[in-house]
Design a protein around this ligand. Sequence first.
Ligand code: DGY
Length: 428
Amino acid sequence: MTGEFDRAIAILNENDRGGYTVPTKGLYPFQWNWDSCLTALGQRHIDEGRAWTEIETLLDHQWPDGMVPHIIFHEDDDGYFPGPATWRTGRPVPTSGITQPPVLGFVLRRLFEQAHDRDLAHNRVRALVAKAAAWHRWFADCRDPEATGLVAILHPWESGRDNAIDWDGPLAAVPRDGVTAYVRRDTEHVDPAERPTMEEYDRYLWLVERFRSMGWDNTKLHDASPFQVVDPGVNAILLRSEEDLAALAEDLGETVIAAAARERAARMRAAFDTLWSDAAGLYLAYDRVSGRLIDSPSVGGLLPVFAGSGNADRLSAMAATCERWRSGVSVGVPSHDPTDDRFEPRRYWRGPCWLIVNYMIADGLRRHGFEGQASVIVNDSLDLIRHSGFAEYYDPTDRTACGGCRFTWTAAMVLEFLAASVTNAEDI
Ligand code: DGY
């Protein structure tokens, strides 16, 4: 155990740039939103002060409207595309103009409630709670303008699951024509067979240029976007974060923040029902433009277990779906149903396993009484790093390491899994 703990710590230290941590050298040389939040969970096992700083740095770059951008370009680095010259968001420190899955509320509660240094936690958390609340209000106002209870993503990158099969249909409605000529850099770092296609990149860039032409005005982008998708993954993460934010705010006596978060969460819980598929045994994404559910059984539809969405039958159905997928591969959780013809075991979010997803699903399963299934996922995750190192993602059929290596959030999740196993052992 100690060996793995130390190897994970070495990766966090190596990718630490002072006040923020890069996901990995080369491929991702800046600060990414949900990477940073999940990284802080790992950092707390080394230095709680440093974990709070990771989040503070991210939130120092929150937009005036409340959005927390998906990338903060702290330094120049032309090894990544699209950089600040493409986004042109006009922020004092350049940022991208879209957001990412809001795992922040969940992370803040965990950092605070499990902190060893209680004074430090009290001193650092309050300002962050107010900022998280502003971000959640932004989601409700700008990504759910008709108050349906669920928020839409306007760009596949906002899901964090960039090239998931879920987006194939809605993305096909986004034009490719007229995009400024560009050179991808990601495929210089990673095998192109493990990354999104050129066709997808053209459409990603088309959306960026469209939003940029509208001055990144979030009061207008939702209705103007040809891509508006309700992702059960993002909504589940937001729902969990809303409820965790509410609990944390109550603890701190921030009753106004808590009440508003509870109200938004209640609306989300009720609306989740519209995404359920009995046939697939999970939730499906919904295309707001075509008005249809998207037939794509992906891990985005299992993430609602993290928020405990649905009744006991639905939670059992999601746990069973996880087991069914696992039985067709060597390790779980694949990011897409391995029996689907569209499954690609090495291409980014179209099949590979990701430890951050395993962490959230295992957490949800455990919270809702599926202890055995949660343990299988944790054991698979540790098996992956022992077999293939701290990769960005893994082929679930044969454990091959894919994407970037010496990956920060993979290391952070390993620290979380190992620390929890020590705590559990002490409890026995
Ligand atoms: C990338 O560049 O691959 C990122 O996932 C987009 O944020």
